[in-house]
Ligand binder design. Structure first.
Ligand code: NA7
Length: 541
């Protein structure tokens, strides 16, 4: 590591995609930067997660850095949906090429950060007691970082192996000949269940909410496709940046009622064959119009019934109680078909109650399931978990854990009133998980970089979200989500998966393109809505 100067210009918390790019970007502008990372290496979620079947559910040609022509030219993705190993290799490749490791301190988990008004400096303290001072801090802590462990009666009595998917043992356990249970059928469960069914003697799936799963149609990229992307990368990336979800899905441009019934069905079928989430974009009103939503949901229900041989099992797998695409769509391979195997049993908690976990299995109202290994695919304390795991103390005694006790509040996701010179990457109130997150990470890092350059050029010390601007932004975030069906699902997008977590729809769903324009305008207006050096107008004058 290069010698750290105190105070730093910028301290970044986290060395996933955001931290790696942040170190490179801010350093290339002449800032004195350090990233601190809890893991032993770069990668963030792609470093921690290693369960079987783990892949990104965004096409690999798009889920990568876009800022460097050299990086993209010298890397070749092998499959449509890259496996964890390939993504981890990629981020290590990027870290090496950008030579960022020397400015990252690994095995360094942040315990607290505190802002001192007199010096206008942040003190960042690690769990081991070491501390740094920095003018700016950038929280690149990720949206899906803190695993959520369920509170199930008897879970502590289990005598077999039990672990959360995020903490899959580095030495992957041998499951052959074992009775394995998976709790949870979100994206993680959907990815691992087909592979675990092949390895285990018996697999029991505990399902609280059935998943809507689109077929991945994964496979090697055709060479022509890879070359096309390589040659046209900048232009394709620009199209993604200016799209609704930061990714080149095939976005339907017409609402349901403008399309003939027979054409709807043919188009849904074509999109289903194409694979990936395209099928949920068939009409432009799938998440805003109940009728359109039901047409797509019914299409899925027919697909589930035709994939699953036993009609009773098929009914258990059919989602109910929430509109399609209001919980994260899962992308899988042979997910529904896996339930046709003789060694797979499905516990549907809508009809069968989980009474308790016992020393050697799971007891439900329908019987006892002997189990040697339990895998918790129960998700994350999403979007706010990693930020609130740190004791963040701002100006005038502001504490983020208190300020967000009714739900997260930010201005454009990146600034928080009461916390000067602190930026959040893909924070609540930004498109974040409603985007190709690498596209959004790059946007946020570049916007923050421009802001830092502005501060330096104008000789300014502090920048902080104005409380009124923050309130207006959060009203807008609520209002945009309120125009959709998204609040009808008890999703992690609204914090509904964590007991006691305040519920508020956290991502901004007005579109990656719209958000980009808004942020550009705010910067062009001298960081409108931010107070600079305590000034109450846009320019702090
Ligand atoms: P998710 O999507 O939050 O899925 C977690 C699953 O675990 C989901 O089916 C939950 O049911 C289930 N769950 C959670 N707690 C329990 C308890 N106590 N009992 C039974 N079942 C439970 O997390 P993933 O890791 O799959 O995916 C997260 C994101 O990572 C994903 O969306 C991608 O963006 C990548 P619920 O739906 O809450 O009823």
């Amino acid at each position: 590591m290069t010698e750290t100067q105190n105070p730093l210009d910028v301290l970044i918390v986290g060395a996933g995609f955001a931290g790696v790019y942040g170190v490179h970007k801010f350093r290339s502008m002449g800032f004195n930067v350090l990233a601190v990372e809890a893991g032993e290496n770069v990668g963030g979620t792609w470093y921690w997660n290693r369960y079987p079947g783990l892949r990104c559910d965004v096409d690999s040609l798009e889920y990568c850095f876009g800022f460097s022509e050299e990086l993209q030219r010298d890397w070749t993705w092998t499959e449509r949906y890259a496996r964890q190993e390939e993504i981890e290799r990629y981020i290590n490749y990027a870290a090496d090429r950008l030579d960022v490791r020397k400015d990252i301190r690994f095995n360094a988990r942040v315990a607290s950060t505190a802002f001192d008004e007199a010096s206008a400096l942040w003190t960042v303290t690690l769990e081991n007691g070491d501390s740094y001072q920095s003018r700016f801090i950038v929280m690149a802590t990720g949206c899906l970082t803190v695993p959520k462990t369920p509170d199930i009666a008897g879970i502590g009595d289990f005598k077999g192996e039990l672990f959360h998917s995020v903490r899959w043992p580095r030495q992957s356990p041998d499951l052959s000949g074992k009775n394995v249970a998976v709790i949870g059928t979100g994206s993680t469960g959907v990815q691992m269940i087909p592979l675990l069914a092949q390895q285990a003697k018996n697999l029991v799936v505990v399902q609280r909410t059935p998943a809507y799963c689109v077929p991945a149609r994964n496979g090697p990229w055709p060479q022509e496709r890879v070359e096309y992307w390589r040659e046209n990368f900048t232009q394709l990336r620009d199209m993604a940046k200016n799209s609704r979800a930061g990714v080149l899905h095939e976005y339907g441009i017409l609402p349901l009622h403008a399309i003939r019934a027979e054409d709807r069905e043919a188009d849904l079928e074509r999109r289903w064959l194409k694979g990936g989430p395209n099928v949920t974009y068939a009409f432009n009103d799938v998440v805003t119009n109940k009728a359109a939503n039901e047409v797509v949901a019914e299409f899925f229900h027919r697909k589930i019934r035709s994939a699953v041989t036993d009609p009773a099992t098929a009914e258990k797998l059919i989602p109910s109680g929430f509109p399609i695409a209001t919980k994260r769509m899962c992308v899988g391979t042979d997910y529904y078909e896996t339930y046709n195997r003789d060694n797979v049993q499905l516990i549907d908690l809508r009809t069968e109650k989980l009474e308790q976990i016992e020393a050697h299995g799971i007891r439900t109202t329908d019987g006892f399931y002997p189990v040697d290994v339990i895998i918790l695919a129960t998700g994350y304390d999403a979007m706010t978990g990693a930020l609130l795991a740190i004791d963040i103390q701002g100006r005038d005694g502001h504490r983020l854990r208190e300020d967000w006790s009714h739900g997260p509040e930010s201005y454009i996701g990146m600034g928080i009133s009461g916390y000067p010179n602190m930026f959040v990457v893909t924070g609540p109130g930004s498109p974040s998980v409603f985007s190709n997150v690498v596209v959004s990470i790059e946007h946020d890092i570049e916007w923050i970089a421009d802001c830092l350059a502005y501060m330096r050029e104008h000789g300014k010390q502090t920048i902080e979200a104005d409380p009124a601007a923050q309130d207006r932004w959060m009203d807008h975030v609520d209002e945009v989500a309120g125009r959709t069906l998204l609040n009808e699902a008890a999703s992690w997008y609204r914090g509904a998966n964590v007991a006691g977590k305040p519920q508020r729809f956290m991502p901004y769903v007005g579109g990656v393109n719209t958000y980009r324009d808004t942020c550009r305008q705010i910067a062009a207006n001298g960081y409108e809505g931010f107070n600079i050096d305590g000034g109450s107008d846009a320019r702090g004058e």
